[in-house]
Design a protein around this ligand. Structure first.
Ligand code: ATP
Length: 358
C-alpha cells in the first residue's frame, strides 16, 4: 500500500454482468488492486470495460461475483456509501453552477461545513491549476479545463477509489497528451487508487501501473505495461498493442515457416512442435535502412508515410505478402529495399488464436 492510499487491497472476484436480453457483457472478472495502484482497463469498443467500471461504481448491479475492500464487502453497498469518485468522458458538470460550486457539490451532499468546504475546494482547484477560473461557469471553459473541473470534483471528496471512463476522448490530440501527463502527476502526488477505462493503448501503457486487456467480456492479460508490450499473452493482445503484421505460418520443431519471411527459429518452448501458427511483428521491428542486424527481407514499397522521426512503409515481399515496416529514409512506391528483422522480436502463437476474431 502506498502512502496516502485508503486501503490495502481491493479484490474483485468472479464479477459478471448478464443483461436482460441474455447478453453477457462481463464474464467473470478476477482482479486484485493494491492501494495506490493505477489500473487501466484496455480493449476495443464493446469489450465490457464500462460495464466493469459501472459495476465497481455501483451504477450497475452484478449478476455474479463480489467486490471487497480489505475486509469490507462493497458490491452490496449503494453507490453513495462506497465513497468512490467518478470522472466521465462527457465531464457531466452542472452548467448553472460555477467551477467552485461544481467542485463543492459532493462536499455539500456530505454535509461538510462551510469553512472546510471552501478550503478543500481551494486546494482541489489549485491541484488541477484552475484557481483563476473558480468563478466561471463550465460553458466558459475549454474542454481540457472542464475535464480538470471534473477531476477536481472527483478528488475533493477524498474518495477511496477514483474511476475514470475514457476521460480524455473528447479532447484534441495535443490536449490529450498534456492531460495524460497531468493525470499521471496527480496520481504521483495523491496516490489515489485509480481504475481508468480506455481503448487507447498508448494512453493505457503510459498511465497505468498495470493493464487489464479485455475482449468480449473476458480478460486476456493482466500485467505491467512492459510485460504486455513485450510479451503479449495471445495474438489478440499483440494486435491491440501494435503488432500490426499478423502472418500465417507453420510450426516445424523449434522453427516457424512464416509466409513472406521464410523459416525462423522461434525459441518458444511452450509452442507445439507442429501445426498452424500466426507470427506477430511490429512495424518498428521490421526496419529498412537501419543497422543490418538480423534477417534481410526483400520488399517492394507500395506506400511510404511520413511520421516525424521515421516513415511507415507498406510493402510486398516477393511472394506477395503485404508487410508493414519502418524506414529511416523517405522511399517511393516501387522502390526495392531490404528490411531487417530480429527473430527474437517475433511473437508466434498457435493459429487457433487469431487476432481479429471478435
Ligand atoms: P465502449 O468503449 O464502446 O464504451 P465498452 O468496452 O465500455 O465499450 P460496454 O459499454 O461495457 O463496453 O458494453 C459491453 C457490451 O454490453 C456491449 O456489447 C454492449 O452493447 C452491451 N450492453 C451494454 N449495456 C447493455 C444493456 N443495457 N443491455 C444489453 N446489452 C448491453
Amino acid at each position: 500500500m502506498s502512502p496516502g492510499a485508503a486501503f490495502r487491497e481491493l479484490r474483485i472476484r468472479g464479477l459478471g454482468r448478464r443483461f436482460g436480453n441474455g447478453f453477457t457483457a462481463l464474464d467473470g472478472l478476477d482482479l486484485d488492486i493494491g492501494g495506490g495502484e493505477f489500473i487501466a482497463l484496455l480493449g476495443p469498443s464493446g469489450c465490457g470495460k464500462s460495464t466493469a467500471l459501472n459495476l465497481l461504481a455501483g451504477l450497475l448491479a452484478p449478476t455474479r461475483g463480489s467486490i471487497w475492500i480489505d475486509e469490507q464487502r462493497v458490491d452490496t453497498l449503494p453507490p453513495e456509501k462506497r465513497n468512490f469518485g467518478m470522472v466521465f468522458q462527457n465531464y457531466a458538470l452542472f452548467p448553472h453552477l460555477t467551477v467552485a460550486e461544481n467542485v463543492a457539490f459532493g462536499l455539500r451532499m456530505r454535509k461538510v461545513g462551510k469553512a472546510e468546504r471552501a478550503e478543500r475546494v481551494r486546494k482541489a482547484l489549485e491541484l488541477v491549476r484552475l484557481t483563476e477560473q473558480a468563478g466561471k461557469h463550465p460553458g466558459q471553459l475549454s474542454g481540457g479545463q472542464q475535464q480538470r473541473v471534473a477531476i477536481a470534483r472527483a478528488i475533493v471528496v477524498r474518495p477511496r477509489l477514483v474511476l475514470m471512463d475514457e476521460p480524455l476522448s473528447n479532447l484534441d490530440a495535443k490536449l490529450r497528451l498534456d492531460m495524460r501527463t497531468e493525470i499521471r502527476l496527480l496520481h504521483q502526488e495523491l496516490s489515489l487508487t485509480t481504475v481508468y477505462v480506455t481503448h487507447d493503448q498508448a494512453e493505457a501503457l503510459s498511465l497505468a501501473d498495470r493493464l487489464v486487456v479485455m475482449r468480449a467480456g473476458v480478460v486476456q492479460q493482466i500485467g505491467r505495461p512492459s510485460e504486455v508490450y513485450e510479451r503479449p499473452a495471445n495474438a489478440f493482445v499483440a494486435a491491440f498493442v501494435g503488432y500490426r503484421n499478423a502472418l500465417p505460418g507453420r510450426l516445424i520443431g523449434a522453427d516457424v515457416e512464416i509466409e513472406g519471411l521464410g523459416r525462423i527459429r522461434h525459441g518458444d518452448g511452450d509452442l507445439p512442435a507442429e501445426g498452424e501458427a500466426v507470427a506477430m511483428i511490429r512495424p518498428d521491428d521490421l526496419v529498412i535502412g537501419g543497422p543490418e542486424a538480423g534477417r534481410p527481407i526483400s520488399l517492394t514499397v507500395r506506400v511510404c508515410e511520413y511520421q516525424g522521426r521515421s516513415f511507415a512503409v507498406e510493402g510486398r515481399a516477393p511472394d506477395g505478402t503485404v508487410l508493414h515496416a519502418a524506414s529511416l529514409e523517405p522511399l517511393a512506391p516501387g522502390d526495392h529495399v531490404s528490411a531487417h528483422i530480429r527473430p527474437e522480436r517475433i511473437r508466434v502463437f498457435p493459429r487457433a488464436d487469431q487476432p481479429n476474431r471478435a
